[in-house]
Design a binder for this molecule. Structure first.
Ligand code: HGY
Ligand code: MN
Ligand code: MN
Length: 415
């Protein structure tokens, strides 16, 4: 008597993604879920409940990284990891990160339905604070696991109101020494992260899944400009020290440097510009901008940082303003593991999916997990390449393809 093949739909997963999206600091469908905020904690509770309902053993570390483990038959072996993040920047969509967490859970449930028994445990991970919103640095949880961010550096982190990580962490109920977050190399045997592409190419080319070979190298810094304020009418133009005009020159210098590397992979963005006093009839005396520069080639990325540093010097001298720069992070690019990529390729072929190898232009927790384990990423298309916006969208078909390929890959790696 043949055992009936379980009916596999992702209706349940789609409903879970929609339910998670309702847990937001903003009015749904807008998703905002900043680390350690009330919505982040509710979202964590919701996802942990789903993991426990699937029979996974759930535990959290001292910074809130959450591990949901499906015990394998040989507990002496390092587990296979999968997962991503559920925190979201302001005015975001519901798929960034969440597809990797809930899709990873679904991949596990599919294997359970098929009666698969893992030899290596499979561990679903929800990383704390992949987004840089609260403390200005992204991948906080995975950086600390990989010891790329030390407990001392973490303790120095402040939000824009000066509230420290410790205060936020304690209020969220995460206790224990931050030293306990760091894990040794080999904590995972291999790690695979499912994520939306956050770019247009898979959809444009009609490709079901992307096998990520490299993850771009991100660098961000704060630049504070101090000029001279004054009355917008009375303070004449000669000799002005307008902090916002100085910032504008630096923003354009960054854009020009990123455009002139000759490579499409170089990007430069200024996403935050705080102006003081911010009155229409007052000359800006202080401005804080944050820069985000990326490339899959580290030397090109660093060339843009150097060009920006020269612009800072030139503007400081010519305009007579004070400029201080604070490098937040300048991470290397990540090379994904060929063996995991080969397993992903075999799974995509077996699943009858069209696939291609590609680079990741966003950064991801896998960037830091790569310091403690071999990693690879699996991309699915997102409509128009849109992300970090409420109209971010991935179809059930696209998500289903990702879950299908991920579940096959996890089965192969955990066997
Ligand atoms: O900014 C990024 O690349 C990621 O979405 N945090
Ligand atoms: Mn994101
Ligand atoms: Mn993400």
């Amino acid at each position: 008597m043949t055992t009936a093949r379980p009916q596999l739909t992702i209706d349940g997963l789609t409903a879970e993604l929609m339910a998670l999206a309702q847990i937001s600091e903003a009015e749904p469908p807008i998703v905002t879920r900043v680390v350690f905020g009330e919505a982040d904690l509710r979202a964590r509770t919701y996802v942990k409940g789903l993991c426990e309902a699937a029979g996974l053993k759930v535990r959290e570390d001292a910074i809130g990284n959450t591990f949901a483990r499906w015990e394998g038959s040989d507990p002496t072996l390092a587990p296979i990891g999968t997962g991503s993040h559920i925190d979201a920047i302001p005015n975001a969509g519901l798929y960034d990160g969440c597809v990797g967490v809930l899709g990873g859970l679904e991949a596990i449930r599919v294997l359970q339905k098929f009666g698969f028994k893992p030899r290596r445990s499979i561990e679903l991970v929800i990383f704390t604070a992949e987004e840089p919103t609260r403390f200005g640095i992204g991948c906080l949880g995975s950086r600390m696991m990989a010891s790329v961010l030390t407990p001392q550096q973490a303790l120095a982190l402040r939000d824009k109101d000066g509230r420290g990580l410790e205060e936020w962490r304690a209020q969220a109920g995460f206790i224990g020494p931050l030293e306990s977050v760091a894990v040794p190399r080999g904590r995972f045997h291999q790690f695979v992260e499912l994520h939306i592409e956050q770019g247009p190419y898979l959809e444009l080319e009609g490709i079901d899944v992307g096998l990520v070979t490299h993850i771009a190298a991100p660098a961000s810094q704060r630049i504070a400009i101090e000029g001279e304020g004054g009355h917008a009418g009375g303070k004449l133009m000669p000799g002005r020290k307008d902090a916002l005009a100085a910032a504008a020159e630096l923003i354009l210098a960054l854009e020009s440097a990123a455009k002139s590397t000759g490579a499409i992979d170089t990007v430069g963005t200024v996403g935050i510009c705080d102006v003081f006093p911010g009155a229409v009839n007052s000359v800006p005396s202080r401005v804080l901008i944050t820069t985000d520069v990326r490339d899959i080639n580290r030397a090109r990325r660093d060339g843009v940082l150097a060009a920006l540093a020269s612009a800072v010097e030139e503007v400081r001298t010519r305009r007579g303003v004070t400029i201080t720069t604070d490098l937040i992070n300048a991470d290397p690019p990540t090379t994904c593991d060929p063996e995991i990529l080969a397993a992903l390729e075999r799974s995509a072929i077996a699943a009858g999916k069209i696939y291609k190898r590609m680079v990741a232009r966003a950064y991801h927790d896998s960037s830091f997990v790569s310091c403690i384990a071999p990693v690879a990423m699996l991309f699915i298309p997102c409509r128009g390449g849109v992300s970090h916006r409420p109209d971010e969208y991935a179809s059930p078909e696209w998500i289903g393809s990702g879950v299908h390929v991920l579940s096959r890959t996890l089965a192969e790696l955990a066997s």
